[in-house]
Design a protein around this ligand. Structure first.
Ligand SMILES: [Zn+2]
Ligand SMILES: [Zn+2]
Length: 426
């Protein structure tokens, strides 16, 4: 038994080494692909050329590719979703997703392959994700004797506005194409050493809800407050009272963020305006906490207006911006632990580390259909280890200075995703 286990271990590590040499052969071309994506970023819902490249490359690798998959709620925009299927005998169906969109950020990295589209930048590393997906797709096409089942590769548009995953599901993704047994994805990480893999079982990224509050008062002369209902004072009280949702209504063990990121009202110092607009972002994990926090926001806004004597027909209007909301990314614990074990075995325990959950959001969770399909999003470090060791300030994701180190990041990403697919479809 022992010798069998030893033989198995030697065989798997030899296999991991042969993957290394396969990736090494492809790496120069993958880095060129990455730079080509980076130099020509496209904003959310405008990924026409990017998606065409992804589709053409996957077709050339032998995948059955369908493009223009997805329907946005606003029917005016074209959806550039890509679905590439490779069936290799019987077995499970595995969805592997990359996002494709860039951000309205003017690039300041100084790299030679910096964006040539003014004020648009791959500042979240979706170019790394696309390159990783293409590299993984190539590995899988070459390694068909090592897996069986169906891989379904997804090029998802409009992640940064959290509409792309929903649009693809809305367009009968799981009726037109095989319904997956698992779904996995990779995101780069702006604080981990390049090529290292991070995993987080359970909640990984939060629910995100956008809420608009219009506080309506009764305007008038700034010197005659007695004949007005001042919405600036009421809005100010609401901003402060909203902080008690986290501090007084919520269990300290359930993470919640309520941020008022924008407040606008009034135009002149001696005029009390008719209304004030508050724009909020709300982050939660558990569905019951999400529901309660959103209800509390409405209760507090309306209660404070009532206490200020604002008539019922001028009560605050509290609106959820449904199109901007995202569900939490909940990494199925069993799936995540299984992948972590497999990756530690083949990449070394030092290179695969557990990381903390984040309060940022993603729409990858939509592919899980309310946890009906187990999903897991892994991270790949994108930062020069020497820079981390120096204690220098590290630009975050979405920063105009975020510049992943291409080679080790892509190598780690392709290796991890290839090994993940081979584990799940072995
Ligand atoms: Zn982003
Ligand atoms: Zn991103």
């Amino acid at each position: 038994m022992k010798s069998f286990a030893l033989a198995f271990f030697v065989a798997t590590s030899a296999f991991a080494q042969s993957i290394d040499s396969m990736i090494d052969r492809e790496l120069p071309a993958l880095v060129e692909t990455y730079k080509a994506f980076h130099i020509a970023p496209e904003l959310s819902k405008q990924e026409e050329k990017t998606s065409a490249t992804v589709a053409a490359r996957l077709r050339a690798l032998g995948y059955t590719v369908t493009d223009h998959v997805g329907k946005y709620e606003d029917t005016g925009s074209t959806c550039y979703g890509v679905v590439a299927v490779m069936k290799n005998g019987d077995g499970s169906v595995l969805l592997v997703r990359t996002d494709m969109d860039a951000l309205p950020v003017p690039e300041k990295t100084g790299v030679a392959y910096a964006s040539q589209n003014a004020n648009v930048m791959h500042a979240c590393g979706h170019d790394i994700h696309m390159t990783t997906l293409l590299g993984t797709a190539s590995m899988l096409a070459q390694l068909k004797s090592r897996w069986h089942g169906t891989v379904m590769l997804i090029g998802q548009p409009a992640e940064e506005v959290v509409q792309g995953a929903s649009a693809m599901v809305r367009d009968q993704l799981y009726q037109r194409f095989p319904r997956p047994d698992f779904a996995i994805a990779l995101h780069d990480n702006a604080s981990m050493p390049a090529g290292k893999i991070g995993y987080c079982p359970g909640y990984f990224m939060s629910n995100s809800d956008s809420v608009n509050i219009t506080v309506r008062g009764l305007g008038g002369h700034g010197a005659s407050p007695q004949s007005t209902k001042d919405p600036i004072v009421v809005a100010s009280e609401i901003v402060l009272a909203l902080q008690t949702i986290v501090s007084r209504e919520n269990s300290p063990l359930d993470p919640v963020v309520v941020t008022v990121g924008s407040i606008h009202g009034g135009a002149k110092r001696n005029v009390i305006p008719d209304q004030v607009e508050l724009l909020l972002t709300v982050r939660t994990y558990k569905p019951e906490v999400r529901k309660r926090v959103l209800a509390s926001i409405e209760r507090i806004a309306k209660g404070i207006a009532l206490a200020a004597g604002i008539p019922d027909d001028r009560a605050p209007i509290v609106e959820m911006q449904k199109a901007e909301s995202a569900d939490a990314t909940y990494n199925d614990p069993a799936l995540t632990e299984r992948l972590a074990r497999a990756l530690k075995r083949d990449m070394g325990a030092d290179n695969v580390v557990q990381i903390d959950p984040l309060m940022v959001s993603e729409d990858f969770g939509r592919f899980a259909l309310d946890r009906q399909i187990p999903i897991c999003m892994l991270n790949v470090g994108a930062v020069d280890p020497a820079k981390i060791a120096s204690g220098a300030r590290l630009p975050s994701l979405h920063s105009s200075e975020f510049a992943p180190v291409p080679e080790p990041t892509i190598r780690g990403g392709v290796k991890a995703m290839t090994l993940a697919v081979l584990e799940l479809l072995r």
